[in-house]
Ligand binder design. Structure first.
Ligand SMILES: Cc1cc2nc3c(=O)[nH]c(=O)nc-3n(C[C@H](O)[C@H](O)[C@H](O)COP(=O)(O)OP(=O)(O)OC[C@H]3O[C@@H](n4cnc5c(N)ncnc54)[C@H](O)[C@@H]3O)c2cc1C
Length: 347
């Protein structure tokens, strides 16, 4: 089953990198298709809709859900072809300017170039297990947070020591009745200012601590308390817990780019080895956002935007070196100027 529309570019992944690449490709007058495995665009932002994002240039601290919605609107500016619920399983290079991208259901998509924007891949939050191997999957164990207000006045325990766990602790401290953060070491992987904010707050930080056991209610449906152990002192103690928030990373399914036939050079068996221009080991195939690795790569939304512009300029150059222009500025873009003009005259 082949999609008849041969586009200039196929973008695999509809997270921040893919969406911004779709927008910028439109600015450069390229026809675009996005293929996304999930039923919605937005990528990892779906894991933190209620978290505030502070580090996007020019944007005041904004909820993840709002950033996602702005990105989707922007990504659709030039009406790319959007394919949801399609998992890409293979890419074949047919000739210098023709790629075939195949999805799990056997659909084939053809384009003159490919931008891989698959981020952390097809991911789900890592599940927590107690020492005894019990899995934490009760309804009051949360792997993502949708509404901060749900935790109002409750005894909350957060597990994890990365950026997300620290950010959640800082957000929730205004809502929770009590808030404990437990982490198996005393090294936190978080921005310094976020960590300082946490340490100056009333949040109880338990370093070198992990969960030994959990105590369930009579019906064995929800966690009521947890027993934790400090690995430095061997001391064990109990923490009351109305809600347990687990933030210990993500598990990714194997992805198409790791297959030998993709011919992509990888780093650490996962990341696509590229360069700051987002070129990969396959000409005509570019990698942007969290999936690409090169010296100085920034795995943030800001870094994804930068990659997207570079990749689209590379695509333009690859398809038609003669007509390639240097980076285009939106304030000089004729079609966008006309849209502003049209919307002003509507008012
Ligand atoms: C909890 C948390 C908090 C964060 N906070 C911040 C923050 O405050 N500021 C900041 O700048 N960054 C933050 N980040 C990082 C930021 O979310 C990432 O840098 C950004 O999402 C990377 O965008 P991306 O498009 O490269 O990848 P992703 O967002 O991972 O999107 C990749 C998309 O590709 C799709 N995909 C994968 N494989 C396939 C396939 N085979 N076929 C089709 N589709 C596929 C996925 O479903 C996904 O939609 C945070 C991340 C997390 C997890």
């Amino acid at each position: 089953m082949a999609n008849q529309n041969v586009t200039d570019c196929t973008i695999i992944g509809g997270g921040p990198a893919g969406l911004y690449a779709a927008f910028y490709a439109g600015m450069r007058d390229l026809s675009v298709r996005i293929i996304e495995v999930k039923e919605k665009l937005g990528g990892k932002l779906h894991f933190y809709p209620e978290k505030r994002i502070w580090d996007i240039g020019g944007m005041p601290p904004t909820l993840g859900a709002d950033v996602m919605s702005y990105l989707m609107d922007q990504g659709k500016t030039f009406s790319p072809e959007i394919n949801l619920n399609k998992k890409v399983t293979r890419i074949n290079k047919i000739n210098a300017q023709l790629f075939k991208v195949t999805s799990l259901n056997g659909e084939e998509f053809f384009s003159r170039s490919v931008i891989i924007a698959t981020g952390g891949g097809i991911v789900s939050p890592k599940k927590l297990q107690a020492n005894q191997g019990q899995l934490f999957n009760q309804p009051n164990v949360h792997y993502t947070i949708n509404r901060l207000n749900d935790f109002k006045d409750r005894n909350v325990v957060i597990v994890g020591g990365g950026n997300s766990a620290i950010d959640w602790a800082n957000e929730l401290k205004e809502y929770a009745g009590s808030l404990h953060l437990i982490h198996r070491s005393d090294t936190f992987r978080a921005h310094e200012s976020q960590l300082r904010q946490l340490k100056e707050s009333s949040v109880h930080i338990h370093s070198y601590t992990s969960i030994e056991d959990m105590e369930l209610d009579e019906k064995r449906e929800s966690v009521q308390s947890i027993t934790v152990k400090n690995s430095q002192t061997d001391q064990t103690y109990r923490l009351d817990c109305d809600d347990l928030i687990v933030n210990i990373g993500f598990e990714a399914e194997p992805n198409f780019h790791q297959e030998k036939e993709a011919n992509l050079l990888l780093k650490d068996d996962y990341y696509i080895q590229g360069n700051s221009q987002t070129q990969t080991s396959v000409e005509g195939m570019y990698a942007v956002g969290d999936i690409v690795d090169y010296e100085g790569k920034v795995r943030l939304i800001a870094g994804a935007f930068n990659d997207a512009v570079n990749a689209v300029n590379q695509v333009k150059n690859h398809l038609n070196p003669e007509s390639a222009l240097p980076t285009v500025m939106s304030s000089f873009h004729k079609e966008l100027q006309n849209r502003v003009h049209d919307s002003n005259s509507d008012n």
